[in-house]
Write a protein that binds this ligand. Structure first.
Ligand code: NDP
Length: 284
């Protein structure tokens, strides 16, 4: 073991940094889609607390009062050597490739860089697999798969243009790899499986350009999405909770650690990976 600041003898890599500084995001710029609420906003807050300037992108024309409250909270955090996290808001639709490319270009011009991209916006719906309407299936893939691709593209193009390294994180799902018992969510599951494979493909193509691409796969997390789809339905929340050994839904803040790991220099040798955070559901 070596002290912080000592050159690693084996890897010839940069000086080892102390554990807390590995996770610092001071001076980094991030784009987070679906950043108006739930998982996206929680991750945006975590990145900003670690020092990043974070652009939250979502559909509403203006952010609501809860988002503004969190923006103010970040603004009042103490600065780290004059470097301060910040939250900004952009209204856009992740399915609009031209707009997304332009959003990333403009924010990069304004901030001088983009380091982190969290392609997180997503939708959920259930229907019988034999009756699934083609239009709804297309919409699922439009937002969850095409939207993630376009978001990653938009950020990566700017990283390549500036010749800077970067970290792209896609929100997959355990439903990308398993079928959740009793839920008729064929289209959602397929759209998320595509996100995982897209992550691996982009990771391999972009590694030479020093851009890492990874995905996170949450299990059931208590958010607006799951409140509408599951938790508001009598008994369903309990039945789904029983599908993991911990017997509960996760909280959005329980994804902070993995997001900080993947966004920061703590994960410089990690690309093409999918990290599962599911209370053990996939282990059962
Ligand atoms: P929420 O529905 O609470 O938040 C999703 C956000 O994405 C919303 O603000 C929504 O905006 C936004 N959004 C939807 N469509 C678009 C679009 N076309 N362009 C821009 N923004 C859009 O969901 P969660 O926070 O729960 O989910 C976040 C991600 O995590 C999703 O990809 C989801 O599939 C994934 N996930 C969630 C799990 C869970 O248990 N919650 C488990 C596994 C994965 P608006 O409300 O205006 O439509």
């Amino acid at each position: 073991m070596q002290a912080p600041g000592v050159q690693t003898a084996l890897s010839g890599g940069p000086p080892i940094r102390s554990a807390p500084t590995l996770f610092t995001l001071s001076n980094r710029v991030a784009l987070v889609t679906g950043g108006h609420r739930s998982i996206g906003l929680e991750i945006a807050l975590a990145l900003a607390e670690a020092g990043a300037i974070v652009y939250c992108l979502d559909l509403p024309a203006e952010p609501d009062s809860e988002w503004r409250t969190i923006q103010r909270y970040v603004a009042e955090l103490p600065a780290d050597q004059d470097k301060k996290g910040r939250l900004e808001y952009i209204s856009a639709d992740v399915t609009d490739q031209k707009t997304m490319w332009s959003v990333a270009e403009k924010l990069t011009e304004k901030e001088g860089r983009i380091d982190i991209c969290f392609a997180n916006a997503g939708i959920y719906a259930v229907d019988d697999c034999l009756e699934y309407p083609a239009e709804d299936f297309r919409k699922m893939f439009d937002v969850n798969t095409l939207g993630a691709m376009v978001t990653a593209q938009a950020a990566a193009k700017q990283m390549v243009r500036l010749g800077t390294p970067g970290s792209i994180i896609m929100t997959g799902s355990i439903s990308a790899s398993i079928t959740n018992p009793t839920l008729r969510s064929m289209a959602y599951n397929a759209s998320k499986a595509a996100v995982l494979q897209m992550t691996r493909s982009m990771a391999c193509e972009l590694a030479a350009k020093h851009i890492r691409v990874n995905s996170i796969s949450p299990g059931y997390i208590n958010t607006e999405m799951t409140r509408v789809s599951f938790l508001s339905k009598p008994g369903l929340g309990e039945r789904l909770s029983a599908q993991n050994p911990m017997g509960r839904f996760g909280r959005p803040d329980e994804l902070r650690g993995v997001a900080l790991f993947l966004a920061s220099d703590a994960s410089t040798f990690c690309t093409g990976s999918d990290i599962i955070i599911d209370g053990g559901q996939c282990a059962w």
